[in-house]
Design a protein around this ligand. Structure first.
Ligand code: XUL
Ligand code: CO
Length: 437
């Protein structure tokens, strides 16, 4: 039985290929800067979009044609869907996947039945992992969809909602461990607020930290050694999410003593919603040792909401790969396509076109980034820009041997600043473009 009879294996055919079901740049075994492309990217497919994306939006119902879906969303149907997912990942040469608990198995009458449903489906995941060699990059729990989380989960005003969320994450951690997952992601869901009049912010943020500590404690107890990630998003669904951006998240982690256990999972479209670029978010996290994983997608600059489109912009993938290479790449993390096909792209084959486009855009970005790094041109220009810190007063300030008094004496003797040079931003932009076209 095959769900995608029109696709064999998507393979690398080279830049000249016009085959829409082949890679033009992603060649998993090609070595760039000492690692294969497969090792660099650790590509992952998102179960929630790829298998559960219905195409529904606030203005219309689902549009997707998914012939493998049965008439009812029961455990049997869920198990069948898992096999389809693994066929897809295998044909795409995608070595990892991510899921939320509720994407993969239907909720039952109560928590116990829901947990049993999940266990049934997890058996199929295990079988399929063994059959294909595909691994779980990270697991997570959906703490936002059910009405019990209308006020949030860990930050809810209702203590039972917190308790239910704890029970859900406990189970999600067990399942992630069972599947050999390499990480676990916290995304805010509804952890934020819309109206400060009815909100005790301090209490909510304290609770969020307590919740994460409980998750970490439980992970230790059961022997889950995967990496925890925190995924920033500034808004949607709440107006003010507590996990606004890398800076807010890292501050939160440090303030509550979580910094040794949690790294960042950074998503392109979320960065845009925060008024940042993805490269800003990555650089900010990475320079402090918090870069964990990436949710790759892109937004639409004209729509301004979280459209979760597949990334195709080579300029952007180049910037992402420059940052990743600079900081040594992923360890436990990977590049998860938290992206969905457009509502109008309803046929199963579109799932292939979408992922091929994303993987090729990143592969091309990697090659361009490696070329830029190899020439050393940009690094040289930046080094020259900061040359005043290499010797003299600059070197002394960095060494910590200067203070306000000595610097004042230095400046009084010198009279004024010397040696300011142009930022040459346009030149930098032209240099980068030279590697692109
Ligand atoms: C939502 C989002 C989530 C997280 C996992 O915007 O990105 O799918 O990646 O909960
Ligand atoms: Co995401």
């Amino acid at each position: 039985m095959t769900a995608f009879p029109e696709v064999n294996q998507v393979v690398f055919e080279g830049p000249q290929s016009k085959n829409p079901l082949a890679f033009r740049h992603y060649n998993p075994t090609e070595v760039v800067e000492g690692k294969t492309m497969a090792e660099h990217f650790r590509f992952s497919a998102a179960f929630w979009h790829t298998m559960r994306g219905s195409g529904a939006d606030p203005f219309g119902m689902g549009t997707m044609c998914r012939p493998w879906e049965g008439p009812v969303d029961d455990v049997e149907n869920a198990c069948k869907r898992v096999r389809v997912f693994f066929e897809f990942c295998q044909k795409m040469q995608i070595p990892f996947y991510c899921f939320h608990d509720r994407d993969v198995a239907p909720e039952g009458k109560n928590l116990a039945e829901t947990n049993r449903n999940l266990d049934e489906v997890v058996k199929i995941f295990k079988e399929e992992q063994e059959r294909t060699g595909i691994h779980l990059l990270w697991g997570t729990a959906n703490l936002f969809g059910n009405p019990r989380y209308m006020h949030g989960a860990a930050t809810s005003c209702n203590a039972d909602s917190f308790a239910y969320a704890a029970a859900q994450v406990k189970k999600a951690l067990e399942v992630t461990l069972e599947l050999g997952g390499q990480g676990y992601t916290f995304w805010g869901g509804r952890e934020g607020y819309t109206c400060l009049w009815n909100t005790d912010m301090k209490r909510e943020v304290d609770h969020l930290a307590a919740f994460m500590h409980m998750a970490i404690d439980y992970a230790k107890e059961i022997g889950f050694q995967g990496q925890f990630y925190f995924e920033p998003k500034p808004k949607e669904p709440t107006k003010h999410q507590y996990d606004f951006d890398s800076a807010a998240c890292i501050n939160f982690l440090r303030a509550y003593g979580l910094q040794d256990y949690v790294k960042m999972n950074i998503e392109t479209n979320h960065a845009t919603l925060a008024g940042h670029s993805i490269e800003h978010e990555l650089e900010y996290a990475a320079m402090q040792g918090f870069l964990g994983s990436i949710d790759a997608n892109t937004g639409d600059m004209l729509l301004g909401w979280d459209t979760d489109q597949f990334p195709t912009d080579i300029y952007e993938t180049t910037k992402i790969m420059l940052c990743l290479l600079k900081y040594g790449g992923f360890t436990t993390g990977g590049l998860n396509f938290d992206a969905k096909v457009r509502r109008e792209s309803f046929s199963p084959i579109d799932l292939f076109y979408a992922h091929i486009g994303g993987m090729d855009a990143f592969a091309k970005g990697l090659k361009v980034a490696a070329e830029i790094r190899k020439s050393g041109e940009l690094q040289q220009m930046v080094a020259e820009r900061y040359a005043s810190w290499e010797t003299g007063i600059g070197a002394e300030i960095e060494k910590g041997t200067q203070n306000f008094k000595t610097l004042s004496e230095y400046m009084l003797a010198k009279g004024d600043v010397e040696g300011i040079v142009s930022g040459h931003q346009e030149l930098y932009e032209n240099v980068v473009n030279r590697y692109l076209f």
